[in-house]
Design a binder for this molecule. Structure first.
Ligand SMILES: CC(C)(COP(=O)(O)OP(=O)(O)OC[C@H]1O[C@@H](n2cnc3c(N)ncnc32)[C@H](O)[C@@H]1OP(=O)(O)O)[C@@H](O)C(=O)NCCC(=O)NCCS
Length: 218
């Protein structure tokens, strides 16, 4: 099997992307064609997919935000404009990770790592200060009767529990910054909660503005 590549999402990927998302989250309705088109219209450089010889195997969607507007409190719906990305603000300094997923049949093979590398390339190319995301905690429902979501996330950070998403993100050099309750109520595996994670761009130059090149090598 050839190593997947990461590239910018194209409008013609949309039907395949919706089918992939439906396989990833069988109990959550996938994005509509219209929302995916809006995301591409608003911020085409921020939408990337992973592809191998059989087709799409993953996706990472991002927008730029003025983090101070959202830092104290936000839900997934609020910050992403219910998935339309109409809060995208090219004046911002923060790349916000709205979604990342990999085909269930392709997990644990480094596709998620390639997508995260792609996001870090976007962040560097645009001279953004950081990537922030609110990550799912899909292992939490198995422990929710025994501990708070904060304690669960701490145990993952300490290495005493493994979470399919947070453990991966920590390995990707993101820092755990706390829990957001009721971030995505329909995410039953995470009991609706998420962890805030951040990665600081070591190349960020505060003297230079955010620049959004038409083409960004991934
Ligand atoms: C989170 C997610 C994107 C990770 O994608 P992935 O392709 O499995 O990620 P990777 O393969 O790069 O890394 C996953 C694990 O495999 C390991 N791995 C990667 N390549 C490997 C290889 N060649 N051999 C052995 N292990 C490998 C990684 O070290 C990592 O281990 P960890 O779970 O202990 O951290 C994926 O699990 C997913 O789509 N989940 C469902 C959707 C979701 O919840 N998304 C998050 C939204 S916030």
């Amino acid at each position: 099997m050839k190593r997947p590549i990461v590239r910018r999402t194209q409008a013609q990927d949309i039907p395949e992307l919706i089918a992939l998302q439906a396989r990833v989250y069988p109990s959550i309705p996938p994005w509509s064609q219209r929302k995916l088109r809006e995301q591409l219209d608003v911020f085409p450089q921020g939408q990337i997919v992973a592809e191998n010889e059989d087709g799409l195997v993953g996706c990472a969607s991002s927008l730029i935000v003025l983090w101070d507007d959202w830092a104290e409190s936000h839900s997934w719906k609020e910050i992403t404009g219910s998935g339309t990305f109409d809060n995208h603000n090219p004046e911002g300094r923060t790349l916000y990770g709205a979604e990342v997923f990999v085909d269930p049949a392709m997990r644990g093979l480094g596709v998620g790592h390639l997508l995260y590398e792609g996001r870090r390339s976007l962040c560097r190319a645009m001279n953004l200060k950081r990537i922030i995301a609110c990550g799912r905690l899909p292992g939490y429902h198995e422990h929710a009767a025994d501990m708070s979501v904060e304690f669960y996330a701490q145990k993952v950070v300490w290495g005493d529990l493994h979470d399919p998403v947070l453990s991966f993100q920590l390995k990707e050099d993101f820092s755990y910054c706390g829990v957001v309750e009721d971030y995505l109520p329909e995410d039953h595996e995470s009991c609706g909660h998420a962890s805030i994670i951040a990665w600081l761009n070591p190349d960020y130059d505060p003297e230079r503005p955010t620049t959004i090149p038409e083409e960004i090598p991934l």
